[in-house]
Design a protein around this ligand. Structure first.
Ligand SMILES: NC(=O)c1ccc[n+]([C@@H]2O[C@H](COP(=O)([O-])OP(=O)(O)OC[C@H]3O[C@@H](n4cnc5c(N)ncnc54)[C@H](O)[C@@H]3O)[C@@H](O)[C@H]2O)c1
Ligand SMILES: [Zn+2]
Length: 355
């Protein structure tokens, strides 16, 4: 399998390498560069790493989760780097899940106005989604990811060996982003996933790497067309937010506790597919196929608070909305998404109440 992806960003280049058991070798290469390297590491992957210590190595460990994506942790890390005299020739290496990646990307892009950044994502979700596209940031009490920048790592190492210690719940969370990519752009990939999802859950390496590769390619297709999410058509990067208007609202509703990102997006995808059907875009047949797959794969499809009044008011605050009307990414078919603009909020509320 072709396991390398290279692409150009606004100001730099990124190389992605998908290679099992490559991390130790890669970390050795970094240690030998004669540059100071600052590693920020998720405590949950510490035991899987073998980092050679020398005078250039600096280690910071963090217990990760949505609660670290805030301005206090941002400041703490920056100060830990500054106290060690970080300079513009240093490298910041993030090894962990999507929450750590979002936080470290923000640090890397702002400390000394930007330093070299390498990313080693260790959850399935971060390997298939958050590791590319350059979005980073932290949450605020007003919503998710509201403070951040666009900044790309120069290298991303995807090593599926990390996934062997990842809880099943987190594997499923990552799978939701894979299926999202298929639903918005690639029906062939959706059919392939229908036949291969169990192998993905069982961490079959070639199947897993193929799913990661395809997922990243779909995400990149949008990112390269619309890196800053300026377009408002079917090529917009916003397509990647399918399932996220409702997903993010659920996460905000639960204050980023109780359900994880993938679970919230899973419920979001199912709900937004139902809205696509009720508004006359997605056929009953396609909706049933989606629902059947989510049920077979035992992904979350409903949450009792979907009917809560507070939820619809959170949905209204989404960054994509303008002038009190909803802008949602919806499906026309499996594999074909589009930007539905100026939808009446009361209509969406009515559909949600009858789900
Ligand atoms: N920037 C983007 O484009 C983008 C895209 C999608 C999602 N995200 C963000 O990603 C975040 C979710 O990321 P996530 O699902 O990776 O969550 P996470 O970072 O919270 O990781 C989930 C849990 O798994 C643990 N963990 C990580 N790697 C492990 C391993 N190999 N073995 C055992 N445990 C491990 C973590 O410590 C944590 O407890 C959300 O904040 C979401 O907004 C960002
Ligand atoms: Zn997501």
């Amino acid at each position: 399998m072709n396991n390398k992806i290279k692409f150009k960003n606004d100001f730099s280049n990124t190389s992605i390498i998908i290679k099992k058991n490559f991390t130790s070798k890669y970390l050795k290469l970094l240690s030998n560069q004669n540059r100071k390297v600052f590693y920020v590491i998720d405590i949950n992957v510490k035991k899987l790493l073998n980092i050679q210590l020398n005078e250039n190595t600096n280690l910071i460990y963090l217990k990760c989760g949505e609660n670290i994506k805030n301005i206090n942790f941002y400041q703490k890390i920056c100060e830990k780097l500054l106290i060690k005299n970080i300079d513009r020739n240093c490298i910041l290496v993030c090894i962990g899940g999507g929450t750590l990646g979002d936080l470290c990307g923000f640090v890397a892009s702002t400390i000394l106005r930007g330093i070299d950044y390498k990313l080693i994502p260790t959850t399935l979700l971060s390997q298939v989604d958050s590791s590319i596209g350059g979005k980073n940031g932290v949450n605020s009490k007003y919503g998710k990811n509201l403070i951040g920048t666009f900044y790309n790592p120069s290298e991303v190492i995807i090593d599926v060996n990390f996934l062997k210690t990842l809880p099943k719940r987190e594997i499923k969370s990552g799978y939701v982003e894979i299926i999202k990519h298929a639903l918005i752009r690639d029906i062939k990939f959706f059919k392939w996933l229908e036949n291969n999802y169990i192998k993905i859950f069982n961490l079959n390496t070639p199947i897993l790497e193929k799913a990661i590769f395809r997922s990243l390619k779909i995400k990149l297709w949008y990112v390269q067309k619309d890196s800053r999410e300026n377009l408002i058509n079917k090529n917009s990067r916003a397509m990647l937010n399918f399932g996220h208007s409702i997903g993010h609202s659920l996460e905000t509703f639960y204050n980023y506790k109780k359900i994880n990102h993938g679970e919230a997006v899973s419920i979001g995808i199912v709900t937004e597919a139902k809205i696509s059907n009720k508004l006359g875009y997605l056929s009953k047949n396609d909706l049933i196929k989606i629902l059947e797959h989510f049920k077979k794969a035992e992904l979350k499809i409903l949450d009792k608070n979907i009917y809560n009044k507070k939820l619809i008011s959170i949905i209204q605050k989404d960054k994509k909305n303008l002038h009190g009307k909803l802008n949602l990414v919806l499906l026309k078919n499996i594999g074909r998404s589009f930007f539905a603009r100026n939808i009446d909020i009361r209509l969406v509320n009515k559909i949600i109440q009858n789900i």
